[in-house]
Design a protein around this ligand. Structure first.
Ligand code: TYD
Length: 213
C-alpha cells in the first residue's frame, strides 16, 4: 500500500545482474534470450550479453579456442581479461543505468572449465585473476546430461571442449560447486518451455524477495 502511494518507480530496485551458466549444449544462449523477452514483457529494461564477448579480446579468444595446443593458463588469462573488460565497460554501466543485465556465462565457466583442463589451475587462482569484476546477484546453472548436450551440437562445429569425457568432468564440477555455493540448478533435459518457466519463477521470486525487504 505504502509503495503504491509513493510509486513503485522510486522504491523498487530495478537493476540486477543474473547469470546463466552450464556445459556446452545446456541451452544458456536460448534461455538467456527467452528470459530477457519475458522480463521485458514484465516492464523491465533488460540488457543481454555473453562470454566470450564480442570485443577484440573475445574475438581473439574464439580463435584461440579452436587451437587445442594453447596452454590452459593462457585460456584462463584471456577469459579473465575478456571478463574484466566486459564487466567494467559494459555490465557495470548498464547496471548503473537501471538495467537488468543477463549474462550468458560468466566467472563460473572459468572456474569449472579451466580447472577441469589442468590440475595446476586452482579455483583460488581463477578468483584472483578475476578479482576486479562484480559478483552476480543470482546464478542459475543449467544442468544436462553431456550425451544429450552433444546431440544438440553439429559434429562439424565442435570446439575443443566439446567431447563427452571433458564435458562430463565439467558437468560434475558445475554441480559440486553449485551445491556448495547454493546456486540454483535447473534441469535442462526437459523441453525448452518447461525449463524456461522454472528459470522465470526463480528470477521473479528473487526480484520480489529483494523488493519486499
Ligand atoms: P560458448 O558459450 O559455447 O560460446 P558460443 O556458444 O557462442 O560458441 O563458449 C565457448 C566455449 O568457451 C565453451 O566451450 C565454454 C568455454 N569457456 C571457458 O572455457 N571459460 C570461460 O570463462 C568461458 C566464459 C567460456
Amino acid at each position: 500500500m505504502f509503495k503504491k502511494i509513493i510509486g513503485y518507480e522510486y522504491l523498487n530496485k530495478k537493476s540486477f545482474f543474473f547469470v546463466l551458466d552450464g556445459i556446452d549444449g545446456s541451452g544458456t544462449t536460448t534461455h538467456t534470450k527467452l528470459l530477457a523477452g519475458f522480463l521485458e514483457n514484465e516492464g523491465y529494461k533488460v540488457h543481454i550479453t555473453q562470454e566470450p564477448t564480442k570485443s577484440d579480446i573475445g574475438i581473439l579468444l574464439r580463435k584461440i579456442l579452436k587451437n587445442s595446443e594453447i596452454p590452459p593458463s593462457t585460456d584462463a588469462l584471456l577469459f579473465a581479461a575478456d571478463r574484466d573488460f566486459h564487466y567494467n565497460f559494459e555490465i557495470k554501466k548498464k547496471l548503473d543505468e537501471g538495467f537488468i543485465v543477463i549474462s550468458d556465462r560468466y566467472i563460473e565457466a572459468s572456474i569449472v572449465y579451466q580447472c577441469s583442463q589442468s590440475e595446476d589451475i586452482s579455483v583460488e587462482w581463477i578468483k584472483l585473476i578475476n578479482k576486479f569484476v562484480g559478483k552476480p546477484d543470482l546464478m542459475i546453472i543449467l544442468d544436462i546430461d553431456p550425451k544429450i548436450a552433444l546431440l544438440r551440437k553439429k559434429n562439424n562445429e565442435l570446439e575443443k571442449f566439446e567431447n563427452f569425457e571433458f564435458l562430463k568432468k565439467v558437468r560434475d564440477f558445475y554441480i559440486k560447486r553449485a551445491e556448495n555455493e547454493k546456486y540454483n540448478i535447473i534441469n535442462s533435459d526437459d523441453i525448452i518451455e518447461i525449463t524456461q518457466e522454472k528459470i522465470q519463477n526463480i528470477v521473479l521470486n528473487y526480484i520480489t524477495k529483494i523488493n519486499a525487504n
